[in-house]
Design a protein around this ligand. Structure first.
Ligand SMILES: Cc1cc2nc3c(=O)[nH]c(=O)nc-3n(C[C@H](O)[C@H](O)[C@H](O)COP(=O)(O)O)c2cc1C
Length: 201
């Protein structure tokens, strides 16, 4: 954990005053062989639980793989570029969301809300010295079939959760990528009043 914060302090700087947890969260690929207790694991999903959602529908669901057998099943639908590192994480969780509204319509916010819940989970993981790394590099249809996910759920991302470390487990390419990334400025993502109007002249 100390290492992680050290790296972050060297590579990430906020332009405005924010809680440091936003900088300390990043997505490593090296995990040590250490189990996450059920108490801690549940506390991450507890954080995810408190995400806001449209009409408080809480559309997110997580399918959690902890045992070797469960992780092997996940490995069948995750792309090799990700299985090469993510199987070392203690837990893999597939985030899906329930798409209908109670009245039979479509909840246009299900993906937005599921994304918020994953964000909460990742920040709580960081607070507790854990790392959570989301992945879209997997076969959604295969995941749906292998895990028996009904059609009214959309499949979003696999999340690797574990304790960071053990960089010797990484390929050369992933070792090079094993560092917190930067961002464009906040202003570059802002439009003033109407689409395309720059925030600053
Ligand atoms: C929805 C989503 C899908 C991602 N898919 C992958 C993936 O398949 N493999 C991977 O190694 N990283 C994946 N990432 C991690 C991103 O590359 C990473 O979050 C981004 O580069 C920013 O870096 P940071 O999370 O370390 O701040 C994904 C992240 C998100 C949010």
């Amino acid at each position: 954990m100390q290492d992680k914060h050290y790296e972050v302090q060297n590579t990430r700087h906020a332009a405005y005053d924010i809680n440091p947890i936003f900088l300390n969260r990043w997505s490593p690929r090296a995990f040590i062989d250490k189990q996450i207790s059920d108490e801690i694991l549940l506390s991450l999903f507890e954080a995810a639980r408190w995400a806001p959602s449209a009409s408080n529908l809480q559309p997110w669901r997580y399918i959690v793989a902890q045992t070797k057998e469960e992780k092997q099943l996940f490995a069948e639908f995750i792309l090799p570029a990700n299985t090469e590192w993510c199987l070392n994480a203690s837990v893999l969780a597939l985030l899906i969301s329930h798409t209908p509204t109670p009245s039979g319509g479509v909840n246009g916010s299900h993906a937005f809300d599921a994304g918020t819940s994953w964000g909460y989970l990742a920040l709580e993981a960081t607070r507790q010295g854990l790392s959570a790394h989301a992945m879209a590099g997997f076969d959604r249809d295969k995941a749906r079939n292998l895990l028996h996910i009904p059609q009214e759920y959309e499949v979003h991302a696999v999340i690797a959760i574990g304790y960071h470390g053990n960089t010797e487990s990484l390929s050369e390419r992933n070792l090079e990528r094993e560092q917190p990334s930067n961002r464009r400025s906040a202003e570059e993502s802002l439009y003033k009043g109407t689409f395309g109007a720059a925030w600053t002249d």
